[in-house]
Write a protein that binds this ligand. Structure first.
Ligand SMILES: *[C@@H]1O[C@H](CO)[C@@H](O)[C@H](O)[C@H]1NC(C)=O
Ligand SMILES: *[C@@H]1O[C@H](CO)[C@@H](O)[C@H](O)[C@H]1NC(C)=O
Ligand SMILES: *[C@@H]1O[C@H](CO)[C@@H](O)[C@H](O)[C@H]1NC(C)=O
Ligand SMILES: *[C@@H]1O[C@H](CO)[C@@H](O)[C@H](O)[C@H]1NC(C)=O
Ligand SMILES: *[C@@H]1O[C@H](CO)[C@@H](O)[C@H](O)[C@H]1NC(C)=O
Length: 745
């Protein structure tokens, strides 16, 4: 399982070369073709539509997917000459070459305050009851007890989906299962291939979102406890769109199309890709169609942190989910020959690994290319037999490094962070004794190796430790804002648990020699892939409590109630243990209990997104996103900062010498006590930009009553290019908090 995308960077030059070859050859390539019928061209049925799509193509066989619900068009394999012909036909709007997206890869319910004994989460019968979560992923292992339907009612009558596993594998928990990976999922001619999960990722995310309660969960004997999804009563539908770690944009769009048609309430995608304009992004296009039909969309922010502007999935109609740590460590401690010791982590903790000292070697000292990363072949010819090898984080997945050390005869591996990973360590199912240590520890170990003729070390295992700190903190790999496509919308939106998450897995993990404990199989993995289904399940819980809330109201509830402090009461930290900024945390760490009762919500009608999109794109580009003709000259443009978003981003252009304030308008709806009174509090750093809210009091006398206000932000150049703070609306019972970011470009 590759959870980090380092290899993708190495592949990029190759992909560019492939592009050039295509333009000159006769090779077939997959395109998503967007088309729009003329007004007098009636397409009444799905068959009419399919027939019309086929009329664009030279031969039937080329059609991979037809889109009916969230896009107007189809995916097909075309040669360059055929593409020219298709482009010339009436109704053609655009053709986008298919892109590859990648996956962004229990203790969590308790960590999130969802104690079975107390608070709103105590009523297990309500946790997501009646709500359907559709996951687009690698498939599912349906026999896992996390998908048992014990005590589950049948799906709501609106459910129209199907299950392509044979026999009675689906049940009232797993209600839908289909495969859309292109060769198998041709729409129109149902192939009914079961969406078997060969990778494990889809089984893990589905059980995180809505898995049943399974006592005695563990991976390699660690993280023992009760496994439960966030919404234990929600139904699950799996749409397989990924093979291993790769997911084609055309398959994803087909999966979203089906999930919306089937009646899913929530779409959960732990998938990320390149940042491209929304009208060229099948995920943005498909999810816009979903949101228009009232479907909530939860998306991974990506694993490309900690660099700025590394986000994917930036559209304002998505919930963009960052990842953070929990207060659990699966401890593997390194002791050096000089007596110094350092705590690290590993999920594989062999009992027979006697605490003996082994010779210690730093592979990077050899000077061989990439030996410090312990990539395949880099240890050849080095004397590492029977030694513990110090390897550095990066280039390849860490479990692979362990395998390289093992096949070179190494006794164990100390995996050290480089500077960007800071203090964060991962507990993974390694194949030999390993301790993943932070950058400071790794640097000290390196100096020790350099300081002595015969360096030695031991790794000893301490099991699962709870109550570690800081927690939560933003993890290094969590992608950061500001948004590339639109800095006027703050992204990410929220963070949730995404480090060392235990959830269902189709098969045993760790080395083949590890004793298989009885009971179902689980795995501990990390990624924004893991935080995303947490938020999907929490959205399902809120939806079951408030069935009439729109996707944007649910999103507002999640964002405005988020925690901005960690468990010890200090502001959330990042991987360097510095205060994390809003481009890392979004609104903060999700607080499910508070999110179910936010007091006020910032709602957005789907039509408002059209005005917003017209501020960014041409009519034709907006038409592709909306899957219908849009004339931007005939509608009111909504500047990005005026979209009724639950956070605020103001950008002052560099050239402007204006001393006038920027005006941001917002509308809040009362979903709390009927009679309630809120006052505005502005938290901005001392002597930074002046921010004023008018009016600064809001009185509500009715349920669902709406009140508008404006926020005035004055430009005041300071040393800092970015100033961040918050607006809070405070009543006796609620605090409704919106982060504010002010940027001088
Ligand atoms: C659930 O929590 C509520 C609020 O804390 C409490 O009043 C109620 O008694 C709890 N119910 C159960 C079954 O524990
Ligand atoms: C489904 O069909 C395959 C192939 O016929 C068979 O091997 C498998 O056992 C079947 N599974 C179930 C659950 O019936
Ligand atoms: C199609 O399904 C078959 C049988 O399950 C599988 O072996 C094959 O890899 C699938 N191909 C694609 C592209 O999904
Ligand atoms: C190891 O020691 C040598 C000589 O003392 C020094 O030049 C080198 O930079 C050191 N390397 C590391 C990795 O500390
Ligand atoms: C778009 O709307 C404008 C203003 O209403 C109108 O003048 C123009 O003809 C419209 N364009 C199209 C292509 O309908």
């Amino acid at each position: 399982m590759e959870i980090f995308k380092f290899s993708l960077l190495a592949l990029l030059p190759f992909l560019l070369l492939a592009d050039v070859a295509w333009a000159t050859g006769d090779d077939m390539r997959t395109f998503i073709v967007h088309v729009q019928p003329h007004e007098n061209h009636e397409l009444e049925t799905a068959d009419d539509r399919t027939a019309w799509y086929k009329s664009f193509l030279p031969q039937d066989g080329r059609l991979l997917h037809v889109y009916h619900h969230v896009a107007s068009g189809f995916a097909a394999r075309l040669s360059p000459r055929e593409l020219d012909e298709v482009s010339a036909m009436p109704g053609f709007v655009s053709a986008i070459p298919d892109q590859t997206y990648t996956l962004q890869t229990t203790h969590t319910p308790q960590f999130l305050g969802m104690n079975v004994q107390q608070g709103v989460w105590n009523d297990t019968s309500e946790r997501g009851a009646g709500v359907i979560i559709g996951l687009l992923d690698t498939g599912i292992f349906p026999e896992h007890p996390s998908f048992s339907d014990h005590g589950m009612p049948p799906p709501p009558v609106k459910w129209k989906g199907r299950c392509d596993f044979n026999g009675s594998v689906c049940n009232n928990k797993l209600i839908g299962a289909r495969d859309f990976t292109a060769a198998n999922g041709t729409s129109g001619t149902p192939s009914r291939v079961p969406p078997v999960d060969d990778a494990g990722h889809g089984t893990h995310t589905a059980s995180t979102a809505a898995g049943a309660v399974v006592p005695g969960a563990q991976a390699l004997g660690q993280a023992m406890g009760v496994a439960a999804g966030m919404a234990t009563r929600a139904h699950v539908a799996m749409y397989k769109v990924c093979l291993e770690t790769d997911c084609a944009g055309s398959d994803i769009l087909a999966g979203v199309d089906a999930a919306v048609a089937d009646g899913c309430d929530i779409i959960s995608m732990s998938i990320g890709g390149p940042s491209v304009p929304f009208h060229q992004d099948p995920i943005a296009i498909g999810t816009f169609g979903a949101i228009e039909k009232g479907v909530f969309v939860s998306m991974a922010a990506g694993n490309s942190g900690p660099n700025a502007r590394s986000l994917s999935n930036e559209a304002p109609w998505m919930l963009t989910v960052a990842a953070s740590t929990m207060d659990r460590s699966i401890r593997a401690t390194v002791r050096l020959g000089n007596g110094l010791y350092f705590h690290g982590e590993s999920a594989y903790q062999p009992k027979d690994s006697a605490a003996v000292f082994y010779p210690l070697v730093y592979s990077g000292a050899s000077g061989k290319p990439f030996a410090e990363y312990c990539v395949n072949g880099s240890l050849d010819g080095l004397d590492v037999k029977g030694k513990i090898v110090l390897c550095e984080f990066g280039l390849i997945p860490t479990i692979f490094k362990g395998a390289v050390v093992q096949s070179a005869g190494g006794a164990g591996m100390i995996l050290m962070n480089q500077f960007p990973q800071g203090y964060d360590t991962l507990a993974e199912a390694h194949v030999l004794p390993v301790s993943h240590v932070d950058y400071a520890a790794g640097s000290a170990i390196k100096s020790y190796i350099n300081s002595t003729a015969n360096p030695t070390a031991q790794i000893y295992f301490r099991g699962t430790v709870l109550g570690t700190s800081p927690a939560p903190s933003i993890v290094f790999f969590s992608s950061r804002g500001p948004s590339h496509q639109n800095p006027g919308i703050l992204k990410p939106d929220i963070t949730g648990p995404g480090v060392n998450v235990l959830a269902a897995w189709p098969f045993q993990v760790g080395p083949p020699s590890a004793p298989a404990l009885p009971g179902p199989t689980f795995n501990i993995i990390s990624g924004t892939s893991m935080s995303t289904p947490h938020l999907s399940g929490i959205a399902a819980f809120i939806k079951s409590k408030h069935p009439d809330w729109s996707p944007s109201a649910i999103k507002s509830a999640i964002m405005t109630t988020a925690d901005i402090d960690d468990r010890s009461g200090i502001p959330l930290l990042d991987e360097q243990h510095s205060p994390a900024n809003i481009f890392a945390t979004g609104a903060g760490h999700v607080n499910p209990e508070k999110a179910a009762n936010p007091g006020l919500v910032y709602d957005i009608a789907p039509g408002n997104y059209i005005g917003y999109l017209c501020g960014m794109y041409t009519s034709q580009e907006v038409s592709v996103i909306a899957s219908r003709p849009v004339n931007c000259s005939a509608i009111t443009v909504i500047p990005d900062r005026m979209l009724n978003y639950p956070s605020i981003s103001v950008i002052f252009p560099a050239a402007s010498n204006s001393t006038m304030p920027v005006i941001v308008r917002r509308v809040v709806k009362n979903v709390g006590e009927v009679q309630s009174s809120y006052y505005a509090a502005v938290d901005m750093p001392e002597s930074s930009v002046p921010v004023v809210v008018y009016p600064d009091r809001l009185e509500f006398t009715e349920a669902n009553q709406e009140k508008s206000f404006v926020v005035l932000v004055w430009p005041r150049q300071s040393d800092t290019r970015v100033v961040q703070g918050a607006l809070r609306w405070v009543s006796e019972t609620h605090t409704v908090r919106s982060p504010i970011s002010v940027t001088f470009v």
